[in-house]
Design a protein. Structure first.
Length: 220
């Protein structure tokens, strides 16, 4: 049976949430403009798994109408399901919707959900808004290494040289994956301190870290 807008629309109206979830997946096979209209129906679904799948697709379908998508994502950032909130943060970053920065910042400081905080920190680099610096500096002080790693990555994407002094202490972190992420972040920074830190990391005991630092130095 071929997938058509009509068949997907029928599935979206099914009482079986499995059918509705299948419909969201099938939207990927439709023309983007049509998919964008249908995905908005799924975003209002009563089941959070369906809403999550729909909001996640906005990262690609949202280019159809960015002003409207901004409104849609603002709404989903206030969803009562944390997975949906996290997906909304991810999509906002992918679409570089700096208009929702204030909402992301407020949500970070009010939510108790670790996943939501992590998604916001990870997406702020993609968002590319320099206002995120203070929030990322705060996240860097987390006692959770995954959160720290996400903050390091986002600071690198922002490319703000003020981050160099914040990143240097992590260049000697026992976790080689954090040191690796520091190398990637410093690749976006300028100045002698950044370069000297990279030169030190090029001698790292972990081959992946050392090689990445060498690659950055050669590229610079």
């Amino acid at each position: 049976m071929s997938i058509t807008p009509e068949s997907v629309g029928t599935l979206l109206e099914s009482s079986d949430f499995g059918d509705r979830l299948r419909a969201v997946n099938q939207i990927r096979q439709l023309a983007p403009a049509i998919g964008f209209e249908l995905i908005q129906i799924a975003m209002q679904d009563t089941n959070p798994r369906v809403r999550y799948a729909a909001v996640s697709q906005l990262a690609t379908l949202g280019q159809q109408d960015l002003p409207h998508v901004t409104t849609l994502l603002r709404d989903r950032l206030h969803d009562d399901d944390p997975d949906v909130q996290a997906a909304a943060a991810d999509s906002a970053g992918a679409l570089k919707l700096t208009e929702v920065f204030d909402e992301l910042q407020q949500l970070y400081h009010t939510t108790s959900e670790w996943l939501v905080k992590f998604s916001i920190v990870a997406t702020l680099g993609e968002l590319g808004d320099q206002r995120a610096f203070a929030l990322l500096e705060e996240a860097l002080q987390s006692d959770n290494e995954l959160m720290q790693t996400a903050a390091i990555g986002s600071l690198g994407e922002l490319g703000d040289d003020r981050a160099i002094q914040l990143l240097i202490p992590f260049a000697t972190n026992p976790d080689w994956q954090i040191r690796y992420r520091v190398v990637q972040a410093l690749a976006h920074m300028q100045g002698t301190i950044a370069r000297s830190t990279l030169e030190t990391l090029a001698q790292d005991d972990t081959e992946q870290v050392a090689q990445e630092a060498l690659n950055v130095l050669k590229g610079g």
